[in-house]
Design a protein around this ligand. Structure first.
Ligand code: AMP
Length: 321
């Protein structure tokens, strides 16, 4: 594992590996690495010969100076965590300074419309322009065959997929499952900033999502987005120490409002007769993204589940209480 800080160094190392026939994977991160990040690196190392992890707190995607300033940074700790992966440790850690990535005032921005209007885009103006721009730059710098992103940042994943498709970028985007703490809280670098009381309160996000999945499973048939929304929103808004930013139930591909269910919502008489192993959504092929964001103490947390994606539902149920 080697740390490089310049674009020239990373390009040189990748070119040398490629000349020897190696395939290349990139895992973009902002550091303060946790087990969820490490799982992305393991996924990358299963899929490619040379793995590059970028660690760059990208100022262009922060809409608030205090959030940028307070973002945890721990490059030495990150390198130790990556080294602990042994055979799956990355070959290169690309940790550039801001001036290396943005050496001059930037007049070129990658802007994605539509997909960025909702969810985190609505409450973090300019955030996804910064994400789309830095990802495009990283793809251009590293020129990987594939890049691994977490499904925890579901909107980001869909936006990056769309940038790659629209700009014909020669990189395959891989989405990896959300890793959770023992009580179900989605792992996040921001969790480090929670005190003990806030940390206990933060579990409300995954618990609310769980309630949405359980409702869809109990209902059976195509899930009713309104019922799912009200269940999740009701749970989250009543949770102590939690200030809800949004609860949204959307089409996972377009991030638009979902099509109404093809069958009427279950009556009280039929409710609860759905299959127990999966939600009705899984049986009908209907999929609903349930995405939540909330402030807990100083931190804004996000989480999501795709109802109708059996693996995603099962992982959430297994990881939450
Ligand atoms: P970040 O450093 O927070 O920008 O995240 C870097 C990458 O790690 C992104 O693709 C995130 O979606 C992913 N990631 C962050 N947290 C998790 C998690 N709990 N499980 C899986 N992937 C994650």
């Amino acid at each position: 594992m080697r740390r490089v800080t310049t674009i020239a160094q990373v390009r040189d190392a990748v070119a040398t590996a490629r000349a020897g026939g190696a395939t290349v994977a990139l895992v973009p991160t902002m550091g303060a690495l946790h087990v969820g990040h490490l799982a992305l690196v393991e996924e990358a190392s299963r899929r490619a010969d040379l793995v590059v992890v970028s660690i760059f707190v990208n100022p262009a995607q922060f809409d608030r100076a205090d959030d940028l300033d307070g973002y945890p940074r721990d490059l030495d700790g990150d390198e130790a965590a990556l080294a602990s992966l042994g055979d799956a440790a990355p070959d290169l850690v690309f940790a550039p300074e801001v001036a290396e990535v943005y050496p001059r005032p930037r007049v070129t921005t990658v802007t994605v419309t539509g997909l960025t209007d909702r969810l985190c885009g609505a409450s973090r103006p300019g955030h996804f322009d910064g994400v789309a721009t830095v990802c495009t730059k990283l793809f251009s710098i590293v020129q990987p065959d594939l890049a691994v992103f977490g499904r925890k940042d579901f909107q980001q994943l869909q936006i990056v997929r769309r940038v790659v498709a629209d700009l014909d970028l020669p990189v395959r985007i891989v989405g990896a499952p959300t890793f959770r703490e023992d009580d179900g809280l989605a792992m996040s670098s921001r969790n480090r900033r929670l005190d003990a009381t806030e940390r206990r309160a933060a579990v409300a996000l995954s618990r609310a999502l769980r309630a949405g999945v359980e409702l869809a499973r109990a209902d059976g048939g195509p899930p009713d987005p309104v019922r799912v929304h009200d269940e999740v929103a009701g749970r989250l808004s009543g949770a102590p120490g939690v200030t809800v930013d949004y609860v949204e139930v959307l089409d996972p591909e377009t991030l638009d409002a979902p099509a109404p269910p093809t069958e009427p919502p279950p009556s009280d008489a039929t409710r609860g007769q759905g299959a127990t192993g999966t939600s009705g959504a899984a049986e009908t092929g209907a999929r609903l993204l349930v995405a939540v964001a909330a402030h807990v103490g100083p931190v804004r947390l996000i989480d999501n589940v795709v109802i109708g994606d059996v693996d995603d539902e099962d992982r959430l149920l297994a990881a939450t209480r």
